[in-house]
Design a protein around this ligand. Structure first.
Ligand SMILES: [Fe+2]
Ligand SMILES: [Fe+2]
Length: 278
């Protein structure tokens, strides 16, 4: 399996690719080409071209959740590919509400769903979308969620209520030597994501975990207890039979370095242009 990071918040040094706040991963597994998220704009497509990846050859697209930094590039994708099914959960309206009360709509442009309805598949339950490629629809709630979630809201009956993140899904690719877990932002907590996949594929080792963990610096402000919480997440991740963890996007640098202190070579930063062979 070859995974290419088409978009992440950071990029590899000396790379002439474009980075933005968002995530998009291209996965080539035998003859299957999968696109997991599309970043915030169409830049992922420019990077794909630069990296020699033809988006018209993508067989299936997965959008991890309803935030713009994951589904914002869909319009560009539909211009380049008119056959691949796009899997998403039902999407509502999502907001970030700041301390001063201002709010920002952070939903991706859903008009693309109507314009390209023949390619859209709504996920309502766990589903094997290609051979050994699974989408998991409901995430376990054993561990705490990231503290920054308190700023994230959804619209219900014209009112804003705290986001329950039921619009979030998880992708698991199963191979003979183990499973690989893909998460967009892990709003429901990376440990809950890993636990959900582990529970479904009992006994299978985890080859790798990839995605953003939504650990935001400002939500921590270096408070001792937060430093401890991040390190505790790292400790718990290490308890799983797991090969490697690649995180970037909404895992900000300070928390990343805290995770790295505990996880050492098991953890790597996921940057635009990075190619991972598993
Ligand atoms: Fe995100
Ligand atoms: Fe998100």
């Amino acid at each position: 399996m070859i995974i290419t990071t088409l978009i992440d918040d950071k990029k590899l040094e000396n790379s002439n690719l474009i980075n933005e706040h968002g995530l998009s991963l291209h996965i080539q597994k035998e003859k299957q080409n999968i696109l997991f998220d599309t970043g915030a704009s169409g830049y992922f497509a420019e990077n794909a071209k630069e990296l020699g990846i033809d988006l018209n050859e993508v067989d299936t697209v997965i959008i991890s959740h309803g935030h713009y930094d994951h589904g914002g590039g869909l319009e560009t994708f539909f211009k380049e590919n008119k056959h691949a099914p796009v899997y998403t959960k039902k999407i509502g309206n999502y907001y970030r509400v700041y301390d001063n009360g201002t709010k920002k709509n952070i939903t991706w442009d859903k008009t693309v769903l109507e314009k390209n309805s023949q390619q859209i598949r709504y996920l309502t339950q766990d589903l094997e979308i290609l051979e050994n490629v699974h989408l998991l629809s409901s995430i376990k709630k054993i561990y705490p969620q990231p503290p920054d979630n308190k700023f994230l809201y959804q619209e219900k009956n014209r009112q804003l209520i705290r986001d329950d993140f039921l619009h979030e899904l998880l992708m698991v690719i199963e191979e003979k030597d183990g499973i690989t877990i893909f998460s967009g932002c892990s709003h429901q907590g990376i440990l809950n994501m890993i636990e959900t996949a582990r529970n479904k594929f009992r006994g299978k080792p985890i080859k790798a975990v990839l995605g953003g963990f939504h650990i935001i610096e400002s939500a921590f402000n270096n408070r001792e207890e937060c430093i401890f919480e991040v390190k505790e997440i790292a400790d718990k991740i290490l308890k799983y039979p797991l090969g490697k963890v690649y995180t970037g996007h909404c895992t900000e640098i300070k928390p990343y370095l805290l995770l790295k202190e505990v996880m050492g070579s098991k953890l790597e930063y996921l940057s635009t242009g990075m190619v991972i062979k598993l």
